[in-house]
Design a binder for this molecule. Sequence first.
Ligand SMILES: *Cc1c(COP(=O)(O)O)cnc(C)c1O
Length: 425
Amino acid sequence: MNLYNIIDNSEQVSFQQAVKQGLGRGQGLFFPETITPLDNIDELLAMNLVDRSAEVLSHLIGDELSKEAIHGIVANAFTFEAPVKKVTDQISALELFHGPTLAFKDFGGRFMAQCLAQFNDDGKITILTATSGDTGAAVAHAFYGMENINVVILYPKGKISPLQEKLFCTLGGNITTVAIEGTFDDCQAMVKKAFDDQELKQAIGLNSANSINISRLLAQICYYFEAFAQLDAAQRNNLVVSVPSGNFGDLTAGLLAKALGLPIKRFIAATNENDTVPRYLAEGTWSPKPTIATLSNAMDVSQPNNWPRIEELFKVKGWSLSELGYGKLSDEETKSVLKDLDKLGYLCEPHGAIAYSELTKQLKDDETGLFLCTAHPAKFKESVEAILGRDIFIPEALASRADLDLLSKEFPVDFAKVRELLMSL
Ligand SMILES: *Cc1c(COP(=O)(O)O)cnc(C)c1O
């Protein structure tokens, strides 16, 4: 698989290089040079998740990795299901939260970890990530127990939910978590400093498990095929997929699945009040506003970093952006949609509810709707319980960690201390 840098096409890399490097020159994103449609979709749809995903990824990655190697990576990464649940006669939910950290980021995080382990031929790797919650948990669990890989996660002390902290700060082993006495921006600034420190970078084999990594997107393509496989013939006709979007990685993966030949009729990009993309699609001008805190906080992004990939894909496929649906929802509307869903017998959380709401507004009579449920409702326990006015069930993966001791170190905002820690691992 060859990829090029979207802003500097002369930079071309292999899949392995793109995974290790993350971003290209000038912060450019890598994009596949060719996306050849699959000619055996029906055959693929009859397979199970792991076999089918290995086929699809092998088609994309090519001979850089053997089919057996890819099958092994996928079998280790996708150890949980992605069930489609019927919500109304016309609309179903694709549940992507049955992995170890209860959010769809487990798919990309675990696949990327397995790829890095496979590609690691030059000794030690240190993954350094700043998190405001979900990504840190997915990365920690994905790399837990891997040989020659150390993971260090910085997060703002007291600014993530207690359950979320328990989820990834109780692992130990090769996972080191540091509660920083500052904000998420302070954490991110220290990560940037580490990547600017060439001596440190060399000494510890620094890598970020960043969300723009191409391996994450490839993994996410697979669950669009999985969803389609679970629908019956009538539902597959005129399928509209609504995607709750923040950095737009999930939507990019869906569009790549369509480019590979999966017959999805159209997509809807659903956001919260951070609506840079819906405004862009409506008015044609890109004008990000300051980020607003909302109930669907994993989508509080006003400069979505995967958007250039979507523009590139529409360009190379000759598609028109006018075919992409869009919509945004306020917190007040989100609360009322969550209650509507609850009345239908479907317990959801704010991100999924936003995607569902856009389907109810935009779906035509002869279409079938599918919306992505990106996180387990228990991950947003406090807000979901307050909105619905009742307690909700906490799954074992979360409940079992609640009583464990936190193993985090506590540091002030002091890069020298973080550097010292990184060098000592
Ligand atoms: C990360 C995340 C999103 C946004 O996904 P993007 O790929 O960044 O658009 C939506 N919902 C949840 C729960 C998330 O964790």
